[in-house]
Design a protein around this ligand. Structure first.
Ligand SMILES: Nc1ncnc2c1ncn2[C@@H]1O[C@H](COP(=O)(O)OP(=O)(O)O)[C@@H](O)[C@H]1O
Ligand SMILES: [Mg+2]
Length: 167
């Protein structure tokens, strides 16, 4: 499933729609280079899940936990750049268990995959070039392409078309 996200707000809204599909125990891997929009998407997921706290790039920590305001799942937001190994995430003394959380991992490629066979992978990229030509494209609205791949029994039969923005 592919969709175009023209602006940061569109990426945020995509995260909110995605959150409606998510439940406790789910794993979402966000793939894409620096500035691709992974944190922006995680913020939309956090808004959709109605969790507490500001969803930001996890700095100096591997994972940040966000408690739900209602009775939905927690959000565990992981920066895989800082994750030495998978066991490290499981071994972290988090406020919540991964079973009662939606776990969103930034830059999960090649690392977090083995966390769970059931996972949603979202690759973000800039169809119109990277940031090599200057940092401006990091801040300016520029379309991102999101490619959503569902893996495992959890996602079998789930209609990802609901992730598209309505008219
Ligand atoms: N279509 C878009 N989707 C997401 N972010 C965008 C988009 N266009 C521009 N941006 C900007 O790109 C930057 C993405 O940063 P961030 O979400 O922190 O990326 P990452 O976590 O992948 O490094 C933000 O400054 C955001 O405003
Ligand atoms: Mg980030």
């Amino acid at each position: 499933m592919d969709l175009t996200l023209p602006t940061p707000e569109a990426t945020h809204r995509f995260g909110e729609r995605l959150a409606r599909l998510l439940r406790a125990g789910d794993l979402v891997l966000l793939q894409g280079g620096l500035g691709a929009g992974k944190t922006t998407l995680a913020q939309g997921i956090g808004a959709g899940l109605r969790v507490r706290g500001h969803v930001a790039s996890p700095t100096f920590i591997i994972a940040r936990t966000h408690r739900p305001l209602g009775d939905g799942p927690w959000l565990v937001h992981v920066d895989a750049y800082r994750l030495g190994s998978l066991d490290e995430l499981e071994a972290l003394d988090l406020d919540t268990s991964l079973e009662e959380s939606v776990t969103v991992v930034e830059w999960g490629e090649g690392l977090a995959e083995v966390l769970s066979d059931d996972r949603l992978e979202i690759a973000l990229d800039r169809p119109h070039g990277g940031i090599e030509d200057g940092s401006q494209e990091l801040v300016d609205d520029a379309p991102r392409r999101a490619t959503v791949t569902a893996r495992g029994d959890r996602w079998a039969g789930v209609d990802l078309e609901v992730l598209r923005e309505g008219p």
